[in-house]
Design a protein around this ligand. Structure first.
Ligand SMILES: [Cu+2]
Length: 411
């Protein structure tokens, strides 16, 4: 609020100044005073000012790049992440060199070629060789860069080896629910028709039968509601909208039962696909563990809108889209403790929030190391989007085995 007021005040001062200058111009006009032509020394001062501005601008930019590097992410914590880091470095070196050369020349030429009396500008309308050069060189560089980027993407998205582990994350406003594939390492079928008490809609036979029961119970309730509402409407109450809602819910629940029965028919033909879900482990918690050094295939589904699964430390990101499955495979190569140590070695810091007893933020302290691994939503998906986080603990295989064995399977 304070900042807004200050900005507003600055704006008003600017408007006032421009009005004063305008008034002076008008008065000069009335007095018959001619506007003074710009003198040579003014032109020189302006040119020098531009050069100084250029220097200060570059100095600040370099100071920011060097000074704030400590806030950037530490080097990747996944095997493929190193490739992304290299791609990023190559791209940044290329674009920054072009930026410094072209912008440096822009400021320098502005100074070197300022107007001097008696010196004529060189008329240089067109040169085919020059046109060719500045078309072909950037095009070639871009083609090489894009090809390099696409081949890196291809390597990452098409891993040659089968994954050791299959994990699913289901997104919804505003949380992630994880499902581990269990002993068989196969994620069982899942469907939105089973959402309810079944958080990610795992479609085992029992779950389908249970869901049909739940739907029938809901339908009973809605039928009773609609009878009651119709009676009220007959008595002259304005309940038409309510009745429409109830009828549309009835339609949905009936359609869901048809859907579930169709799935049961399908189950009779391909039971294995559905039975695979029996040993799946659903983890409704914002902390999950994964083992170090294992290749993990992550699958994503969404219950409502488009979310984006972003694992910044592992250099992985993919959208989580309603009605389809997306996936990303990576291999974590460091435990949380190892990653933190590496971050300290690389001179990275993070801002640690200090709060008082009432949880008010007092300050943020620069602390060496890293916050640790997270999965977060990287698509603005609604009011509590910022809350969609899962803390990921990368642990040694033994610890992971112990942890996963202590979790309940779906059945
Ligand atoms: Cu979001």
């Amino acid at each position: 609020m304070e900042l807004l007021l200050i900005l507003f005040a600055v704006l008003l001062v600017g408007v006032a100044l421009s009005k004063v200058l305008k008034a002076k111009e008008l008065i000069d006009g009335l007095k018959g005073v001619d506007e003074e032509p710009i003198s040579n020394s003014e032109i020189k001062t302006n040119a020098l000012g531009l050069l100084i501005f250029g220097f200060v601008f570059f100095a600040l930019l370099i100071a920011q790049i060097v000074g704030w590097d400590k806030f950037l992410l530490p080097s990747a914590a996944s095997v493929h992440g190193a490739e992304i880091d290299t791609l990023m470095e190559v791209t940044m070196i290329l674009i920054l060199s072009v930026f410094f050369i072209t912008q440096g020349l822009l400021f320098w030429f502005g100074f070197k070629y300022y107007f001097k009396p008696g010196v004529k500008g060189f008329w240089f309308p067109h040169d085919n060789r020059l046109e060719m050069a500045w078309t072909i060189v950037p095009a070639t560089v871009l083609i090489l860069l894009v090809t390099y980027g696409m081949s890196t993407w291809d390597n990452i998205m098409n891993p040659k080896n089968e994954p050791d582990l299959n994990i699913e994350f289901v997104s919804e406003q505003f949380k992630w629910t994880a499902r581990y594939a269990g002993v068989d390492q196969t994620l069982g079928e899942a469907s939105f028709a089973l959402y309810g008490s079944n958080a990610v809609g795992v479609a085992t036979k029992d779950a389908m039968i249970k869901r049909i029961g739940e739907c029938q119970l809901s339908i009973k309730g809605f039928v009773a509601d609609s009878v009651r509402l119709e009676k009220l409407i007959e008595e002259g109450w304005n309940k038409d909208d309510k009745l429409d809602d109830v009828e549309s819910s009835l339609k949905n629940y009936r359609a869901n039962i048809v859907r579930l029965n169709r799935m049961l028919d399908h189950y009779a033909k391909f039971p294995a696909k559905y039975d695979a879900g029996k040993d799946d482990i659903v983890i409704n918690n914002n902390v999950v563990k994964i083992p170090k050094g294992k290749t993990i295939k992550f699958q994503f589904r969404s219950k409502d809108v488009i979310h984006s699964a972003y694992f910044p430390h592992f250099r992985a990101q993919i959208n989580s889209v309603p009605g389809m499955k997306t996936e990303f495979t990576f291999t974590p190569k460091e435990t949380n403790a190892e990653f933190n140590e590496k971050a300290i070695k690389e001179g990275k810091v993070y801002l640690k929030t200090v709060r008082d007893e009432d949880k008010n933020i007092i300050s943020q302290v620069e602390t060496p190391g890293s916050t640790g691994f997270i999965l977060l939503c990287n698509k603005i998906c609604g009011a509590s989007h910022y809350n969609m986080k899962v803390y990921i603990e990368v642990v040694e295989e033994k610890e992971y085995d112990k942890w996963i064995a202590s979790q309940k399977t779906f059945e």
